[in-house]
Design a protein around this ligand. Structure first.
Ligand code: PGA
Length: 257
């Protein structure tokens, strides 16, 4: 089955819920009249905007999916400040970004923690967008493949094949995030294709590696999106900074249609 591209906007810690309304309305306006059946569009606002964005999109029948940027692995409990998969599911959240490099580098997220969260996401019918990627020093040291292989293997350890096939990975070289530097389409393609081979090996099934959607992330803009998305193994993008501008994000979406 052909993989449907996914263009997901990672808003990070930007926008109040009031500003979120404006951004989603602008995005709806920018994409009105476009047939979005060829790609899936998701917005991943901060927790405080999820409910607002959910009701707005449902009331206005917008065809965008809702995503969260993180979650806890437990259903509930004494975890002050955390949000559970049950809470996200109740808001009809479809995607949850897991193991973003900012969380790994700044907030101590580990591969084991990401793995627990991925399992919890599947249990509650949320689709993880699991992030992986190398630092600049790792890239220069020829360690790109071993880094992403470790993150992918540990992050998906013990998950059933059919669930892995339906999930999403975002390959995001850390040196490209928010820097304006992008991996070349060929370099991104090479690593994404390598990730497919790692998954095929891990699950002993070529089809799992072929079925999973793998996004590229790291300074995706309207000007470079098409060349990246045209690569045979890249199924869209996880877009940070450019997703905060409705016109720019819409242009990125259009390059995947
Ligand atoms: P960027 O962020 O597009 O601003 O580089 C991507 C991400 O961190 O997901």
């Amino acid at each position: 089955m052909a993989r449907k591209p996914l263009i997901a906007g990672n808003w990070k810690m930007f926008k109040t819920h009031l500003e979120a309304i404006k951004l989603v309305q602008q995005l709806g306006y920018e994409l009105a009249g476009h047939d979005l059946s060829a790609a899936e569009v998701a917005v991943c606002p901060p927790f405080t905007s999820l409910r607002t964005v959910q009701t707005l999109m449902e009331d206005d029948r917008m065809e965008f999916a809702l995503g969260a940027q993180n979650m806890h692995s437990e259903d509930e409990g004494a975890f002050t400040g955390e949000v559970s998969p049950v809470m996200l599911q109740a808001l009809r959240v479809r995607y949850v970004i897991l193991g973003h490099s900012e969380r790994r580098e700044l907030l101590g997220e580990t591969d084991e923690g990401v793995n627990q969260k991925a399992k919890a996401a599947f249990k509650h019918e949320l689709t993880p967008i699991m992030c992986c990627g190398e630092t600049e020093a790792e890239r220069e040291g020829g360690l790109t493949q071993s880094k992403v292989e470790g993150q992918v293997r540990k992050g998906l350890a013990g998950v059933k094949d059919e669930l892995v096939a339906r999930s999403v990975i975002a390959y995001e070289p850390i040196w490209a995030i928010g820097t304006g530097k992008t991996a070349t389409p060929d370099d991104a393609q090479e690593t994404v294709s390598f990730i497919r081979s790692v998954i095929a090996k891990q699950f002993g099934d070529e089809e799992v590696g072929t079925a999973i959607r793998i996004l590229y992330g790291g300074s995706v803009k309207a000007g470079n999106a098409k060349a990246l998305f045209d690569q045979p193994d890249i199924d869209g993008g996880l877009v940070g900074g450019a997703s905060l501008d409705a016109g720019e994000f819409a242009a990125i979406v259009k390059s995947a249609l």
